[in-house]
Write a protein that binds this ligand. Structure first.
Ligand SMILES: [Zn+2]
Length: 275
């Protein structure tokens, strides 16, 4: 009897345990089957939020391909957005003020000036970068000298007339390539020198303002490195039709470091960059 009770009890325990094992096994199977679905949904939600954050940063910062690669795990599960081009330049920025034969200086524009070397003055906002560029050029063993910087309207007018300028053949906003052709001296109120953001720099032992400047090591250092200080060679030989000014391998214009770098990398003059 005892044996039978034990046997029955034992059998009952076995049945009870067996039922629990079967239930647990069923739960495990269910979990195994549904886990990938749940996990994917969770990861997908994380990816979506991560992708949104990354893309918004990309829009602002114009992130590099290396940066995109570092967040590549996100793009494995979420369709990636097309690569954004660099943000359009802020054409209202003071450092990107366009002054050329077809764009006069705004009426009443008077830059806040500061002296950099000798009596040469520039807009105070680009003075430190200019000083640093000249110092680094000298530290590299060269002898850069400013030979022109800020000019007032009167100074520009005198220079223009001294060089045979005639107002009749100068400013025609509707004709990009005016009859006068590319100019060596800008007409009054169309010179970047009047906004204090342009400097002419030559070598101390080679001061001729002609194409030979381009071959001088001082000028070559400046042309290669000026972007690091926010400057560009403003009138390249291959942009004469666009700038309206002859090749001037001595005239540097401050546009800010980001714009200078982008213009250098994309081979653009200021007119093209702002277009
Ligand atoms: Zn100049």
């Amino acid at each position: 009897m005892v044996y039978l009770r034990r046997k029955l009890f034992g059998n009952s325990q076995i049945r009870h345990h067996g039922s629990m094992i079967l239930t647990a096994a069923a739960l495990v199977v269910l979990l195994v089957l549904t886990a990938p679905l749940i996990t994917n949904k969770v990861f997908a939600a994380q990816d979506m939020s991560g992708a949104t954050t990354d893309n918004s940063q990309q829009d602002i910062e114009g992130s590099s391909p290396e940066r995109d690669a570092s967040t590549g795990s996100d793009s494995d599960t979420v369709p990636s957005c097309p690569t954004q081009n660099a943000a359009a330049p802020d054409t209202s920025a003071w450092s990107l003020l366009l002054v050329n034969p077809w764009n006069k200086i705004p009426d009443g524009y008077l830059p806040d000036l500061t002296r950099v070397e000798q009596d040469y003055e520039v807009d105070v906002r680009c003075a430190d970068d200019l000083k640093q560029m000249l110092a680094d050029c000298r530290n590299a063993g060269f002898d850069p000298r400013i030979c022109s910087a800020y000019r007032s309207h009167t100074m520009q007018a005198e220079l223009f007339y001294l060089n045979g300028g005639d107002l009749k053949d100068t400013l025609n906003p509707n004709t990009p390539s005016n009859d006068a052709g590319p100019r060596a001296v800008a007409t009054p109120d169309t010179s970047e020198h009047q906004i204090g953001l342009a400097v002419d720099i030559v070598d101390g032992a080679h001061r001729q303002l002609d194409d030979s400047q381009a071959d001088h090591p001082t000028q070559q250092w400046l042309m290669e490195n000026c972007r690091h200080y926010g400057f560009v060679l403003r009138y390249p030989a291959d942009k004469i039709d666009i700038t309206g000014i002859i090749f001037e391998p001595w005239h540097y214009r401050y546009v800010g470091k980001q714009a200078a770098q982008e213009m250098y990398e994309r081979g653009l003059c200021l007119e093209e960059y702002l277009n």
